[in-house]
Design a protein around this ligand. Sequence first.
Ligand SMILES: [Zn+2]
Length: 223
Amino acid sequence: MHMKTDGHKNVILMGPPGSGKGTQAKNLAEHLGVYYFGTGDLMRQEAKNGTEYGKIFQQVWDHGQGELVPDEITEKFVEEKFSQIDFGQGVVFDGYPRTLHQAIQLERKFTEAGEDFIVLDIEVADKSLVDRMATRKVCHECGKIFFHADLQHITDCSKCGGALFKRQEDEPAVVQKRLDVYEHQTKPLIDFFTKQGKLVTIDGEPPIEEVEREILEKIKINE
Ligand SMILES: [Zn+2]
């Protein structure tokens, strides 16, 4: 494994729904000039292209009542997408891994490529997340998220002009349930990466720009 002095270029971003993880992951990938591997975006792209995978994903989204695409399908899909990535060029992961098994698989990929990586866990208190999601609206067309849309009297997406809607899964009771599920699901991953000395905690409470600064600070290697 070669020593790098310029910091990490392989980053796994973790964080509960509403933590701003997706935004941070995209910004970080752009900043580092590396590949952004977001399972959500990749899946939406498949659906748009009407591929076999895309049809399955669409089916779950339309009729799954808020359920996630089953892990084994995600895993197979991601495995195929991996073949398109050059692990030596740097990658930011968003939405993957979700299970301990996936974490072990991904760690093996990095090891095989002789690459190091870092895991950033964006922490936000449950109460803040519930509050955030209660004011959140999403663009029907492009998926862009708007906080406090009602307060600002925003009804259309600033990016594509699509209509904004409030997702049923953003209702406080549902959010709390999703947070419980998230914590239960990711606990083993957090433990795994902590034991490996890969986990770094990021305070996700401050505004986006501040969180971004902390992330850039933490991915530097000072050795
Ligand atoms: Zn939009």
